[in-house]
Write a protein that binds this ligand. Structure first.
Ligand code: XLS
Ligand code: MG
Length: 344
């Protein structure tokens, strides 16, 4: 039985379309996804603002709150909580050059409107956290905006959110690239610096996504550890990635098993979850996956995570201490490999 609670977003179950080809699976109805997520044992749902309130631009602030209240009734029916609400700032025409860092004042204002509505929706869902995945916040042309100005615009935007709601928590999900090629806040280290520069650092933290750390050439477990050391790991997006290429959102652990083991280990050793944090998945099925198998990648990720939890529970800390004392890291490394291969 896992000691963790898990969360997932509806975008994790998708039709398989990508930049190079059309859908390969049927779209699945939102309510059907909620029912299946509850059946699979997820405790909470991650939302984009327009997952919670589709066509959000078409509604007034009050209508948006009303629709969020209707969604809350649905979540209660399935016994599901809402983990966070994330403004989707990469699809709307107002976000073609980013949101908070757009060179257009009107578009920056639009991004703030979406951020405030995300906070409104979160409140109606009895949730106190918004996530900022800073998709297009950066540059496609390096000389199009100053990195000094852009960084300051991000801090200013977060300060406005912290003032809009006196207890909302703002969780930045860093990613070094894609869909832009130069991100302004690409790693957990950048997130911690941004947090410290805001008017209330206690309410600004990070969401570490395994694949995003790998895309930055960094180790996910160390990025998780860094945020934990700062007391600012608000959630995680566990998945995997085959090296530094396009963001693959692969099932957790399927490419880098030892890195996955160490992500589970650092979470367990530091009592992650003891303040209500969820283990979030952000995974996508392979394009070749059939309709019948639309949820298999979630099952794989949960199975791998729980199997690694058991490996961490069996980890021989006495042997580790002995190896560290004699600096016999070769013996320790072989032990870990044997543990993962089921040889000890
Ligand atoms: C994209 C991000 C995205 C967010 C939610 O790379 O991981 O999935 O987590 O919008
Ligand atoms: Mg993510």
């Amino acid at each position: 039985m896992s000691k963790f609670k898990f969360s997932v977003g509806p975008w994790n179950v998708h039709s398989g379309a990508d930049s190079y080809g059309p859908a390969t699976r049927q779209e699945i109805d939102f309510d059907e996804k909620l029912a299946k997520f509850a059946e699979m044992g997820f405790s909470a749902i991650q939302f984009h603002d327009d997952d919670a309130v589709p066509n959000i631009n078409d509604y007034t602030e009050e209508e948006i709150k009303q629709k969020a209240r209707e969604l809350k009734v649905k979540l209660d029916k399935y016994g599901l909580a809402a983990e966070f609400v994330a403004p989707r700032l990469w699809m709307d025409p107002h976000t073609i050059d980013g949101g908070f860092m757009s060179t257009s004042a009107e578009d920056r204002e639009y991004a703030m409107w979406r951020a405030y509505r995300s906070i409104d929706i979160a409140r109606e869902l009895d949730c106190d956290m918004i996530v900022l995945w800073l998709a297009r916040e950066g540059t496609l042309c390096a000389e199009s905006k100053s990195p000094v100005w852009a960084t300051k615009m991000l801090i200013e935007a977060i300060n406005k959110m912290l003032e809009y709601d006196s207890t909302i928590r703002v969780c930045i999900e860093p990613k070094p690239n894609e869909p832009i090629d130069r991100s302004i806040c690409g790693t957990m280290g950048h997130v911690m610096a941004i947090s410290a520069a805001t008017i209330d650092p206690s309410r600004v933290g990070g969401n570490l996504e395994s694949a995003h750390a790998i895309l930055a050439g960094l180790d996910p477990a160390h990025e998780i550890g860094f945020a934990l050391a700062m007391g600012k790991l608000m959630t995680v997006h566990l998945n995997d990635q085959n090296g530094i290429r396009y963001d693959q959102d692969k099932s957790f652990g399927v490419e880098n098993l030892r890195a996955a083991f160490n992500q589970v280990k650092v979470l367990k050793e530091n009592n992650y979850g003891s303040h209500g944090e969820y283990v979030g998945l952000d995974v996508k099925a392979m394009r070749s996956t059939s309709d019948e198998d639309s949820y298999k990648h979630l099952e794989t990720s949960l199975s791998v995570f729980k199997a690694l939890e058991e490996k961490v529970e069996r980890f021989d800390y006495d042997f580790q201490r002995k190896c560290v004392k004699t600096r016999d890291f070769e013996a320790l490394e072989l032990y870990v490999m044997k543990l993962l291969m089921g040889l000890v």
